[in-house]
Design a protein around this ligand. Structure first.
Ligand SMILES: [Zn+2]
Length: 469
């Protein structure tokens, strides 16, 4: 057959001509077309998609791979909530084969790329005092974490105030904080603002608290917990170490915070101002009787403090203003002074008016247990307060003496009397005459020796001055 074709062309181009081979071209085309028809029927082209050495599948067109990468990145970004991209594209290998391969749809390949691939993103790294603390999807997310931590800090300050008004003037972060934009950060290292906030708010370590038990001191608590007293007090700046109360809570550590805040606040608290009780005396009201003329009323004052805190602990607290907004009203009690036999008024009167010739206290190497009041023999001596006569009669060096018991555990004793005017067991009213000035017993002249005692014995004598008007 080839011969026949050659002879056919041969009639136009004789052999030996310079372009004899041109005659072969049509024949070549025919051969090629014939062969190609056979080839298409028996072989196909596939693209094998490989990720990290693993075959993900086959696709028919190369374009599908690029589209699947874009789709996988879009789906992953949606899942993470921020833009991500594949760390490296899959490798694609062209395969021409007579075998039949099952091919993947665009979505199926995208899903496999998502499962097998490593994704990267552009992230904002939160750097605190040179330490990388968190990676977030954006600068806005990082800033919102700081903002929310700050808002949370302020909320905790507000909720710690009981019965007062707190104004937070200033909140600053104590560390050096910066944001660092970085490309190609593995998505596993990136956390969203909610996750980062939860982690940072929890603090770096737990707070340890000790509940004070009876008999404990800062020293015993510190040594039992392997710390110094200074560290214990530093962790509890608002605690008075001299007055620990059982049940009180002490911090054993200052839990380190990822983000440490310092704040300046103004606290205004209202406090009650106690009222005073004033006594008025009424000689028409019997001794032992009393009535309330006016009920007391608490006043009110506002106190303004300037407070500085670090991570909620007070480091400085200064009272800047105190203002009484409502004056208290005195409670007025009227006390009866009309003498009644046997009834104490609670207020002494002078048993005798006269010069004090010898005071209570040390005298001549011993103690003078009363005061000497100068007088003239026969002058009336009066009961300093109402009460019951507990003794009368001769009492050695005291001469003739009288002792009276008053309500409230006090006794009065009157000595060197010339004559006694009462009997033991008798009730006497304040100011009632109980005897007369004399110089009986060990005495250098007419005077009254007067004692106040806390029991009937001279050894219980106390200074009479606080009781006398
Ligand atoms: Zn005396």
């Amino acid at each position: 057959m080839v011969n026949r074709i050659l002879s056919f062309f041969g009639s136009h181009a004789p052999p030996g001509s310079r372009r004899w081979w041109v005659a072969l071209i049509p024949a070549g085309i025919v051969v090629y077309l014939f062969g190609a028809t056979v080839y298409v029927q028996s072989q196909s082209t596939y693209y094998r998609v490989v990720m990290k050495g693993e075959t993900l599948g086959y696709v028919a067109g190369q374009q599908t791979v690029g589209d699947a990468v874009a789709l996988a990145e879009r789906d992953a970004s949606r899942e993470y909530g921020f833009p991500v991209y594949l760390a490296s594209p899959p490798s694609v290998e062209q395969i021409v084969t007579q075998d039949r391969y099952e091919t993947l749809s665009l979505q199926a390949l995208a899903d496999r790329l998502r499962a097998a691939g490593d994704f990267l993103t552009r992230a904002t790294v939160l750097v605190v005092d040179g330490q990388e603390v968190a990676a977030l999807p954006s600068r806005e997310a990082a800033q919102s974490v700081l903002d929310q931590l700050k808002a949370r800090y302020v909320r905790e300050l507000q909720s710690s105030v009981k019965g007062g008004k707190l104004e937070v003037r200033k909140v600053t972060i104590r560390q050096k904080v910066r944001f660092e934009e970085r490309d190609n950060v593995p998505v596993e290292q990136v956390q969203d603002a909610v996750q980062v906030l939860a982690r940072l708010a929890a603090g770096k370590e737990e707070e340890k608290v000790h509940v004070v038990k009876e008999g404990e001191s800062p020293w015993t608590i510190a040594s039992a917990n392997g710390m110094s007293v200074d560290d214990l007090l530093a962790a509890n700046p608002d605690v008075d170490p001299e007055h620990l109360q059982p049940g009180q809570e002490l911090r054993l550590n200052v839990p380190e915070q990822w983000i440490s805040f310092e704040s300046e606040e103004v606290l205004v608290v209202s406090e009650r101002v106690p009222f005073a009780t004033r006594r008025e005396y009424d000689d028409k009201l019997e001794a032992g009787q009393q009535r309330v003329k006016q009920e007391g009323e608490y006043g009110e004052k506002t106190i303004t403090y300037a407070i500085r805190r670090q991570d909620g602990r007070i480091v400085d607290r200064v009272k800047v203003k105190e203002e009484v907004t409502r004056e208290p009203v005195d409670r007025i009690v009227v006390i009866g002074t009309k003498p009644v036999a046997g009834v104490s008024t609670g207020r002494f009167i002078w048993p005798l008016r006269g010069r004090i010739t010898s005071n209570y206290g040390p005298r001549w190497g011993s103690v003078h247990t009363g005061i000497d009041i100068d007088g003239v023999t026969g002058q009336a001596v009066r009961a300093a307060d109402g009460g019951t006569v507990v003794s009368t009669g001769w009492d050695g060096a005291y001469g003739y003496a009288v002792q009276i018991r008053h309500e409230g555990g006090l006794y009065t004793f009157y000595a060197h009397l010339s004559r006694i005017a009462v009997r033991t067991g008798q009730g006497v009213a304040q100011g009632e005459v109980i005897g007369y000035v004399g110089s009986t017993g060990y005495s250098t002249g007419s005077h009254l020796h007067f004692e106040v005692r806390r029991c009937t014995s001279p050894s219980c004598a106390v200074s009479p001055w606080p009781y006398l008007p």
